[in-house]
Write a protein that binds this ligand. Structure first.
Ligand code: GLA
Length: 586
């Protein structure tokens, strides 16, 4: 499609002056059926480039087994973008941050206890090499050096915010070369000499990421690295949300104003995000702010120019107007907002308690000590730890080495309390006489691995469980990733009314004719996730807000009966969910 190079001032496309106007859209956060629509909307806004990360932890969910199917068919995404007339910036990481589980790194890396990540460690780099070998087997034909649209590839991601190992950055760049990536490679970092010095390579283009004060940021970049074009690698048009915090919004006029400032600096840029999409399933990441674990919500709306459901916003039209002002009239927008449906209330008429369901969903793992998910070979979801306590206990308190991240505890099948990492720790005590036994059960939810900063080695599950000072040995553990297959094994019984404890609930949404996009409200529920026809739409957390609805894209539904499964950890007043046509993100 064209070769991108640069001189000391500007980018050149096949030798001609070129301004990159790019927007970030992650194929893995968008139903595949909607890729074309979202790419067309980007093109019709006047952009010439789409940017995407690639998530290693989905492409190689299990070590050595690769997946590029369906929503993970990144080659098809590149091809679709090329058809629409867009260049592509590829950011394979291997670390991608992005509010994505463990910054895109596979959880199984954490099972290699002594292996450091994101540095020039041969064992780690071998794993990166194997992944990149599989990735570029898919993408090689789509590189601009082979006639494709991928004309720029990023090395690592904001590495200067994590480390200072230039040999590692060099090694990642070299793997690209070895895989035939003969296109412009570059690094991106925060706009300060400190961050740039840790994250850059002297002979590779470097760009800066920021969301305000373009003049100041570009001045820093220019001072650090004169004689190269200026580019904002991530122009943050909005921001992501955590549970327990406010929803972020930003005015479209402000976004367009800063865009103009960037163009005034003769800069290129990548809007982050142009369309955020959704952290479907359990793929949200988390931050560790002020010594507190802060998981990111399910929606990745980001207050981007296209909403989570792909709708055109004021910001979209403000940006488009700016592009027309600077680069000339654009053809009219033909892409439309998707139809939305308010299907109304659906009663969940079947149920099964978690404690009854778990042994049917997966084989138990028997061992002396409770293990982290990573050591159980589990990447995501919930782990149920059970044990029969035989000792004599005089009011001994439950204690542990780790409980990551949210734990419901039962004693003899009765709910005994809740533990929430850095936020809540109910006092749970065991009292039993000689000759008595107590059944202990703890359901530990991985709320998303930390994706940024020094706390990233974020192992999930419970370890070192003790009662008073005694460690308990002999555990039966159930790894509940809540896959489609596991959910299909839940033995439901007829149900009426609400529930008071961790329960699977099931009902049917009947759709007449072609399905439309819709949003699920779970009023009266507390916390859990929703699966539609086996597809996990993600977590809800009404107690923690700000997000109150889950996006259910039309492609996850079909005409006729659709299975709706809700797993609720704390109970609900009445087992009724509502399908509405309006999202509520807080
Ligand atoms: C950084 C990262 C991105 C993303 C943004 C915040 O710039 O590079 O992946 O995490 O912050 O949304």
């Amino acid at each position: 499609m064209g070769t991108l190079t640069y001189n000391e001032k500007t980018f050149l496309l096949d030798g001609k002056l070129f301004t990159i106007i790019s927007g970030a859209m992650h194929y893995f956060r968008i139903p595949r059926e909607y890729w074309h629509d979202r790419l067309l909307k980007l093109k019709e806004c006047g952009f010439n480039t789409v940017e995407t990360y690639t998530p290693w932890n989905l492409h190689e969910e299990h070590e050595g087994q690769f997946n590029f199917d369906g929503m993970l068919d990144v080659a098809a995404y590149a091809a679709e973008a090329q058809k629409v007339g867009l260049y592509m910036i590829l950011r394979p990481g291997p670390y991608i941050c992005s509010e994505w589980e463990f910054g895109g790194l596979p959880a199984w890396l954490l099972a290699y206890d002594k292996m450091p990540i994101r540095c020039n460690c041969p064992e780690y780099l071998e794993k990166v090499k194997r992944y990149y070998h599989a990735l570029f087997a898919q993408l090689r034909p789509h590189l601009s050096c082979n006639g494709g649209n991928i004309f720029m590839v990023q090395i690592e991601n904001e590495y200067g915010s994590f480390g200072n190992d230039g040999d590692y950055l060099r090694a990642v760049d070299q793997i690209y070369r070895d895989e035939g990536v003969d296109v412009l490679t570059y690094t991106s970092d925060g706009p300060s000499a400190y961050l740039l010095s840790g994250g850059t390579l002297p002979d590779r283009l470097c760009v800066a990421n920021f969301g305000s004060n373009p003049k100041g940021a570009f001045a820093e970049l220019e001072q650090f690295r004169p004689n190269q074009p200026k580019m904002c690698g991530e122009y943050w048009v909005g921001w992501f949300d955590h549970w327990y915090e406010q929803h972020h919004v930003r005015d479209g006029k402000e976004v367009a104003g800063l865009f103009r400032d960037m163009l005034d600096c003769d800069a290129s840029l990548n809007f982050y995000m142009f369309h955020g999409g959704t952290n479907f399933g359990f793929m949200n990441g988390a931050n560790f702010d002020n010594n507190t674990y802060c998981p990111t919500v399910t929606s990745y709306d980001y207050c981007a120019p296209l909403t989570e459901a792909g709708d055109l916003t004021d910001t979209y039209f403000e940006i488009r107007k700016t592009i027309e002002e600077r680069f000339g009239k654009l053809p009219p927008v033909t892409a439309k907002n998707s139809p939305k449906a308010a299907y109304g209330k659906v009663r969940l008429t079947e149920s099964c308690s978690l404690l009854d369901a778990a042994p049917r969903m997966t084989d138990k793992i028997v061992g002396p000590v409770p293990l982290f998910q990573e050591d159980l070979g589990q990447n995501f979801g919930f782990t149920l730890y059970t044990a029969t306590l035989h000792s004599m206990y005089d009011n001994q308190m439950l204690d542990y080495d780790a409980a990551n991240d949210r734990v419901v505890v039962w004693l003899d099948g009765k709910r005994a309390g809740l533990i929430e990492r850095d936020r809540r720790r109910d006092e749970i005590r065991v009292n039993s006489k000689i000759g008595q036994t107590v059944q202990f059960a703890a359901l530990c939810e991985n709320m998303g691995r930390i994706n940024y900063g020094p706390q990233m080695m974020d192992r999930k599950g419970m370890t070192g469980i003790r009662f008073g000072q005694q460690k308990h040995f002999s555990w039966e553990t159930y790894a509940l990733e809540m896959t489609k297959e596991q959910l299909a094994r839940v033995p439901y019984q007829p149900h009426n009314g609400g529930v008071s404890d961790a329960t699977f609930l099931r009902g049917t949404l009947t759709v007449q004719g072609t399905p439309a996009d819709t949003f699920i409200r779970l009023d009266g529920f507390h916390h859990g996730f929703v699966a539609v026809n086996g597809f996990n739409l993600g977590r809800y957390y009404n107690d923690a807000g700000p997000q109150k609805t889950l996006y259910c894209p039309a492609p996850m539904l079909h005409a006729g009966d659709n299975e709706i499964v809700v797993f609720e950890t704390d109970g609900c007043a009445d087992a009724v969910v509502t399908f509405t046509d309006t999202p509520e993100l807080g």
